[in-house]
Ligand binder design. Sequence first.
Ligand SMILES: [Zn+2]
Ligand SMILES: [Zn+2]
Length: 388
Amino acid sequence: MYSGGTSYNMQIPAIAEQSKFKGLNTIGSGDCLNSKWLNHFLSNVSKIDEGTFEHKSGTRFILTTEIEDQRRVHHLIIFPSISSIQEFRNQIKGKSPNLDTDGRCNINLRGGEILDIVKSFDGLVGPSHAFTPWTSIYKEYDSLEDCYKTKNVPFLELGLSADTQMADCISELKDVTFMTNSDAHSPWPHRIGREFNRLKVKDNSYDEIANAILRRGGNKFVLNVGIDPDLGKYHITACTRCYKKYKTRKTTEIKNRCTCGGLIKKGVAERVKELCDQEVTHPPHRPKYLKTIPLAEILVQSMGLASVNSKKVQDMWKLLIQSFKNEINVLIIASRDEIEKIAGDKVAQAIVDFREGNIHIEPGGGGMYGKISLNKKDRNQSSLDGYL
Ligand SMILES: [Zn+2]
Ligand SMILES: [Zn+2]
């Protein structure tokens, strides 16, 4: 709640409760370098071990933050303990103007320098939302090594606009664990846990999770669940003011300026295509990637309503969650008949359409999320037709 654009309701008890409805059992604390947030966090959880904490609802947390480096590249850091947070703060003293006034602070160091500090206390660091056009590693560099001065980077966050199918055409990523994480700026059900990972671990503690990221002792990621990349805000190259979509070749001719005068931002699909140096090759450790659409978005469309914040959508979402325990059960497991009994034919059909890949998505770009359409006539059109 101390990050720009983050809701005041985004507090630990609300996050912990909402995460349970999503079927998540462990989440990142976020913003743990901010001492006010860290105090709020610690007063709401009990310690399981140095790097693992639990809210009374049963939701567990590990210590995470995103930071922005000197070149405006975002990194995710996972800390093994509270004392390592203190150590990191000491080592960057004088290098951050907003350590305690923002949730995601700026640090006046390069990626490689940050990686060295994190390694000194056995923490983990990797690129956040790796392909997005404003603040990601690949908007700034053409390789991980250019940023970190080493090829040995444990993980990379794919971000909402990319998936495994896209990223596995980049050969330098073959040993990197892909994470499908999403941040949330409000605890609404369509925002929290939009993406998540399933891990093979003995229990959900920091050490076990770190071992899964590093693929040690048989621990590993067994499923990446991410929203359909077409729904991401920066999937396609588009104007950031009027959201008109462009082909990349055209954008260089017109110097990245839209006819409306707005700035055109390169889409993730385009950037991945530029970086691509091999046929899509999934290394043996790579888990399956499951594309999802947030249930609230499916409800808005199937109920013919305007917004995910409408009370009818929220009420239907709650009813379905009460009936099937969590969102993943509704989207993936519950039978059509069971859903129909509770939510009616239109909602049940929309969920079946989602399962069968029959929902058309108008891709997002320029900062606007993609839009889903249940309209039958849109379905046979490929979402990227005409854009790449
Ligand atoms: Zn970020
Ligand atoms: Zn424009």
